[in-house]
Write a protein that binds this ligand. Structure first.
Ligand code: SIN
Length: 206
């Protein structure tokens, strides 16, 4: 007997995004809410040889790394009815087949008062993935980000959009890793005599 596909039977599902999913979910959803998950830190430790880099120059994109003391802010999207299967199929290609992530269930804590914790699916890349890059100094990560682009655009755009989301939507949250890497990229450009921004770069909607 074939195992039952429980995702097809669910009429509602929450999906937590902490990377490109915060600015570009790419699937239809009923509602979204900003908040955080505990026990994970966001790190630019995953490689990407399709969207923001290529086989010769893999880009740096974020994954979650377990850390009891940490929390990671992002957006949870609720998909309902036919959106459940449609979103999971879309994300299977985007995040798992091409991105190298796997899924995990996490407890999501919405920022909005009165909303209780929710169980959400999250996409995580682990060190067992062949395109996982692992830790490096802020400067090394920034140099890699400054040099890579792929099928959906430059690696810098990925970084800047994520930093912009955190600045605008989660001003109360800390993310030293993200903002240090953003500063290191800006330093690389100013050292090269390129852009010297007076204030953080802000981008419009994608
Ligand atoms: C996510 O956004 O939640 C997963 C990582 C990514 O696709 O950037």
């Amino acid at each position: 007997m074939k195992p039952r596909d429980s995702t097809k039977e669910k009429s509602s599902l929450w999906i937590f995004g902490y990377g490109s999913l915060v600015w570009k979910p790419g699937f239809a959803y009923k509602r979204s809410t900003i908040g955080h998950i505990r026990g994970f830190k966001r790190r630019f430790w995953h490689g990407d040889d399709f969207y923001r880099g290529d086989k010769d120059k893999p880009a740096r994109v974020v994954t979650l790394v377990e850390d009891e003391q940490a929390c990671t802010w992002g957006v949870a999207y609720e998909v309902t009815d036919s959106q459940v299967e449609e979103s999971l199929q879309y994300l299977n290609m985007r995040e798992i087949v091409l991105g190298g992530y796997i899924t995990q269930m996490v407890e999501f804590l919405p920022k909005e008062k009165g909303q209780g914790p929710l169980l959400a699916v999250v996409y995580i890349a682990t060190s067992s993935n062949p395109i996982y890059l692992g830790p490096a100094s802020d400067r090394e990560i920034a140099a890699q980000i400054a040099a890579c682009s792929g099928n959906t655009g430059h690696n810098i755009e990925y970084l800047v959009r994520l930093a912009e989301f955190m600045r605008l939507s989660c001003p109360e949250a800390e993310d030293e890793h993200l903002f240090s890497i953003e500063a290191a990229v800006l330093n690389i450009f100013s050292e090269c005599g390129g852009i010297k921004p007076q204030k953080p770069i802000l981008l419009g909607a994608s």
